[in-house]
Design a protein around this ligand. Sequence first.
Ligand code: GLU
Length: 283
Amino acid sequence: MLTRFAPSPTGELHLGHAYSAVLAHGAARAAGGEFLIRIDDIDGNRSREDYVGAALADLAWLGVDWDGEPVRQSQRLGDYAAALGALRSRGLVYPCFCTRADIAASLAAPHGPSGAIYPGTCRDLGMAERERRMADEPHCWRLDIARAVVAAGDLTWEEGGQGLRAADPLAHGDIVLARKDAPASYHLASTLDDAMMGVTHVIRGADLITSTDVHRLLQALLGLATPLYRHHALVCGPDGKRLAKRDAAASLKALRDGGLDGPALAADLRAGRLPAGYSLQNP
Ligand code: GLU
């Protein structure tokens, strides 16, 4: 068994991250398996190096130990570009020149699990127009989701405790795989990394279960193995809302500074016990 914890270094880790890390780490260690860390630092504008160090210090405080060096998404850009190129050569992605404002203005774009469903404006541009505009207009790359689903075949995955689930990528519309300002989207980078790292069990929050619709599709398109998934309940604060990076009181640093014992907290979380005022909820 090989599991991973993949923080984005855009803020301090909080109790929800600790819960996720402790579950993934505990599952691997109980099976005599490996546990890896991945730093999801593909978003160069929002990622900060001091948050990487802080996250690793938080994990060490909890007694969560990891194998090998943390994997850095910022060092894997070549693999993301190669995968995008492979999809491009199969006609499954297209350049999109729309701005956010363009998309917002195109009628009332309906919303899907990944936000506004792209209305498809750039999907059917002619080759000549595409080439001309690519030369001087910023563009992202979108997956032609309808064609991708036809090309993909079986899209089920094994969800821990629930059996087989069928992915529903069409609900997302033509999602972005490479952004104007970042060479890969979370979906593309995360799917490729999990495969490259040999992750057998993806254990992460239930807020990401709809992302698995897309990840499963990308695995099928790129010939990658499908890990088992377990999407766990989310830690909610005293207001009943899921924790966010702005909830300073729940940050691991604040809890540590307040004198809490890290390994004792980890043991409680593993057993599903949370500090007073916090609760676990399924979205
Ligand atoms: N970096 C992602 C996050 O912090 C986690 C991605 C994942 O576990 O797949 O939400």
